[in-house]
Design a protein around this ligand. Structure first.
Ligand code: COA
Length: 333
């Protein structure tokens, strides 16, 4: 028994926010953002859009590609760090939008590594026979939680809104048949506060949210950018090689490398360290910024659509994010 990806989908809102748009609201520039991050523009939701709307669009596209209806799905996993409400998770709003009555769903909170964490979980559930058809979706609406003043510029310029989804199905095919080959995941809570949103949080007593916290900006993401960068460029190659090794594969065997889209410079650094040729790497951060848990399924969808990911190809996916969390997976398409 193995787990096969049978459909992909993605959705980003129509509203394009350019670097020049951001420069109207904070002290930054198109040149700074492009040089440091590679980002040209990102998408933000419109007035009436919510996370589950984005996720629904991505899921319906993935279901169409797999030739399935929502009712065929046994279980939904949704990765997010920007949940639609404090509780319940976004997956519950999505499940209702898909017209489902009692299909189980859950949110997974592993930030930018969330999609690969879910891939490991879904693969285990499918191999165990617990479920046969699963939807795994990453969905982020960062724009409503960003500090759009100079105080928040280091974080605000990198994030974008978007959703990506895959359908996973049990497959009995053997040999070199398509499927997830290996997934490895790691965390280091020691650094949880190096990239986090503190409030509202039940760790703060007697009240998880006060006017003072809002005034002090504790409701916005805070990031030690250089520290995060240094760890990302160390952990990503480490876990990528660990995962390939577990699958008895080498860098040269892989046809396509997909890296989390947090900063183009991180990805260039990792690719250089591992001597990955440019034509085996695909990035879309230029157009969408960092969509956290949605980034990897969005990459899967775009590389399939542009013909880079065709049947038989080996694809390696690697992410690093808040927590800290990092993960890698390798699959045959
Ligand atoms: N526009 C203009 N100047 C900015 C800016 C912006 N958007 N953001 C920060 N700066 C300024 C800083 O205030 C600082 O000014 P100073 O030298 O006068 O103090 C200077 O630029 C350098 O800041 P620094 O934070 O050291 O920049 P950097 O080179 O580390 O780049 C990041 C910042 C965020 C692009 C980079 O650290 C990064 O990508 N980190 C990792 C992000 C990541 O992977 N996140 C995890 C996934 S969610």
């Amino acid at each position: 028994m193995r787990t096969k990806i049978t459909g992909t989908g993605m959705y980003v809102p129509d509203r394009v926010v350019t670097n020049d748009d951001l420069a109207q609201w904070m002290d930054t520039s198109d040149e700074w953002i492009q040089q440091r991050t590679g980002i040209l523009e990102r998408r933000w939701i419109g007035p009436d859009q919510q996370p589950a709307d984005l996720a629904e669009r991505a899921c319906r596209q993935a279901l169409d590609a797999a030739g399935l209806e929502p009712n065929d799905i046994d279980c939904i996993l949704l990765g997010t760090l920007s949940s639609q409400a404090d509780f319940p998770g976004t997956s519950f709003f999505l499940q209702h939008k898909l017209g489902l009555e009692d299909t189980p769903c859950m949110d997974v909170r592993a930030q930018c590594s969330g999609f690969l964490y879910m891939l490991q979980l879904a693969d285990a559930l499918i191999r165990a026979g617990t479920h046969r058809k699963m939807l795994v979706v990453g969905c982020e609406v960062h724009s409503t939680g960003l500090d759009i003043s100079t105080r928040g510029r280091d974080v605000t310029v990198i994030f974008g809104d978007g959703s990506g989804a895959v359908v996973l199905e049990a497959s009995e095919e053997e040999g070199d048949a398509p499927g997830i080959l290996e997934v490895r995941i790691h965390s280091q809570g020691e650094h949880a506060k190096r990239l986090w949103v503190e409030a509202p949080g039940s760790g703060i007593s007697p009240s998880r949210l006060t006017h003072e916290m809002i005034d002090d900006g504790r409701v916005f993401p805070h990031m030690e950018g250089r520290f995060v960068f240094k760890h990302a460029v160390t952990r990503m190659p480490e876990v990528l090689l660990e995962t390939l090794d577990a699958a008895s594969l080498k860098i040269e065997d892989v046809d396509l490398f997909l890296f989390h889209q947090a900063n183009l410079r991180i990805n260039e650094f990792v690719a250089g360290k591992l001597e990955i040729p440019e034509d085996k790497l695909f990035n879309n951060i230029m157009s969408y910024g960092n969509c956290s848990a949605a980034a990897i399924p969005m990459l899967l969808h775009e590389t399939q659509a542009n013909g880079m990911l065709t049947p038989g190809k080996l694809v390696s996916m690697t992410a690093f994010g808040a927590g800290f969390s990092w993960a890698s997976a390798v699959a045959r398409w």
